[in-house]
Design a protein around this ligand. Structure first.
Ligand code: GLP
Length: 240
């Protein structure tokens, strides 16, 4: 595990964008695993700047997102497909057909999980970008999820619904279920890059990366990844 401590969110975003940019420069056809949430938004902004200035070329890049709410259409403002288009894809030179997000509206849940799992396996992720939930979830792998689970549909915990309700009018509107890539696929990425910021994440950072490896803290498994990079600001890393 490599830890980069940065002064604040902006520096964290700049550092993470540099790492992703290096990946894409070294391999134009990189497969990037991408994440939603507020943590990576700054990283996407930086990457958009690098794209605009011609310092990075996404034209051959393929992306696979971690997760999607079940029951939200792609044009729903809180769907993760909408989030990715709005915060990233619409602003860079990437082919839409090369961007993948689980289909939250799939008619057959099991078939959708199988389809997405096959897609991830056939592509092979070069670099997986991650945030972390307050309870240590990665993607939507909530505490207790098996470390060997494939893409699956999960019921969100009350704490995740509570944390994510800020994006909706009220907690009742937060979908109760979501599709998520499994922890296994995340671990199979050649490189995992996590961005963390803010004091409210300091405790879970300590538990995840300096505590026992347990399914109760899904992110803790990353301690075993051979190329795991943690980029965090001073506040998030303050308890280490
Ligand atoms: C959601 C996403 C996660 C993300 C987490 C933390 O639950 N499914 O991928 O890491 O939120 O989000 P934030 O970065 O806003 O704290």
């Amino acid at each position: 595990m490599r830890i980069h401590k940065t002064s604040d969110y902006n520096e964290m975003s700049r550092k993470a964008a540099q790492i992703i940019s290096a990946q894409v420069t070294l391999k134009e056809q990189s497969v990037l695993g991408l994440a939603t949430g507020s943590s990576p938004v700054g990283t996407y902004k930086r990457l958009i700047e690098l794209d605009s200035s011609g310092d990075i070329d996404f034209s051959e890049v393929v992306t696979v997102n971690l997760d999607e709410y079940k029951g939200l259409t792609p044009d729903h403002e809180q769907s993760y497909r909408y989030f990715m288009n709005d915060n990233f894809f619409n602003h860079i030179n990437i082919k839409t057909e090369n961007t993948h997000v689980p289909n939250g509206m799939a008619e057959n849940l099991e078939l959708e999980c199988e389809r997405y799992e096959k897609l991830i396996c056939s592509l092979g992720i070069d670099l997986q970008l991650l945030g972390i939930g307050h309870n240590g979830h990665i993607g939507f792998n909530e505490p207790g999820t098996s470390f060997v689970a494939n893409t699956h549909c999960i019921s969100l915990t009350e704490s995740t619904i509570e944390a994510n309700k800020r994006f909706f009018d009220n907690a009742d509107q937060v979908p109760r279920q979501a599709y998520t890539m499994g922890v296994k696929a995340i671990m199979q990425a050649k490189c995992v890059l996590m961005v963390i910021s803010g004091k409210e994440k300091a405790q879970i950072v300590k538990e995840s990366f300096f505590g026992p490896i347990t399914p109760q803290v899904p992110a803790s498994l990353l301690q075993l990844h051979s190329n795991f990079i943690l980029v965090g600001d001073e506040a998030a890393l303050s308890l280490l």
